[in-house]
Design a protein around this ligand. Sequence first.
Ligand code: AMP
Length: 416
Amino acid sequence: MKVLVIGGGAREHALCRSLSQDPAVSELHCAPGNAGIAQAATVHPVDQLDGAAVAALAQRLAADLVVVGPEAPLVAGVADAVRAAGIPVFGPSGRAALLEGSKAFAKDVMAGAGVPTARAYVCTTPAEAAEALDAFGAPYVVKDDGLAAGKGVVVTSDRDAALAHAAACDQVVIEEYLDGPEVSLFAITDGETVLPLVPAQDFKRALDGDEGPNTGGMGAYSPLPWAPEGLVQEVLDTVLQPTVDELRRRGTPFSGLLYAGLALTSRGTRVIEFNARFGDPETQVVLARLETPLAGVLLAAAQGTLDTLEPLRWHDGAAVTVVLASEGYPADPRTGDVIEGLAEADAADGTVFVLHAGTRADEEGRVLTAGGRVLSVTAVGTDLAEARTRAYAGVSRIAFKGAQHRTDIARGAAGQ
Ligand code: AMP
């Protein structure tokens, strides 16, 4: 099977790593990729938002499967362009990807499907926003309706700050505050059959103890020893399957990766948000635990044959990933610094591996920082404590100017 992956972050590096380990994959390509992906796949400098260019590349490569990683190309309809060229694609249509691309659309789908979520108002004027804020009271939750790379949400008890965020966006969703721990649950679907993966938890804020601003994600771990028994089945029955059924009913069937961000509140499980693609950094730990070769699963989703697949197999044990970000991230990341210690951080036995996000190689073959999130140091172990210790040992071997990371990823869950 020839596979083309679209994207260039640590999520796509994780996808490429798993695909490269699948004996069914004979050729692996990625566009645009990054310095780390270039070691596992042939990279192509193609604009990932340009559906025609991506479809042309897939045709030129005679790809058997295209896997679209990030949300922006999905919302831009890149999967539609590839599908129209007759090539199987893992990823929803642009219309179905609105589940992530518009929080108002997601709320409407959830209402139609009877999926439990925060009560919410869609607001376009300052007066509407003020009214909605006062209806719920503090803490206030204000979400930009459109895509914002995980940075469009403001949770604050400062009413003026909440109003200011609403004013800075065209349309916002203002909703009730959900307390309780958060869980990310991914499911692979072909539009009918829904195959849940293992739950993970990510750390969205910069700085230890969640003291910093929201980011794309600073680390993740799986499994969740504290999660209630039966959680996956409950979310499959009350969230994932009804949502997939509702989208099919509306004539916008969703195939690809459905990501439910959940809050386990005192009043029950609630959806915080849906994403239309693998989450970053949770993918790094979920795929590290997946034993079933990945390509066949993604192809079955693309071809509508998930119901014929054997149940997924998972490795025993745990996985932890720690994100190394550049100085100034998320507000104003600095780039162009040389990264040292990459080879030293990888363990020869594969228990620790460095996934690249914002990196590029220069003419001399050095690897430089090229984005806010730079690396995702991932480790597996017999339990979370071992995986965590290994991940941080990997982190300690890497250096670049201004590097920052959280030191408390999975600490509580690992009992450390
Ligand atoms: P989202 O982009 O919707 O996942 O929001 C980013 C983060 O904001 C979530 O992971 C939560 O930590 C927080 N958040 C979003 N919605 C709510 C809510 N209704 N109540 C409390 N926290 C929320």
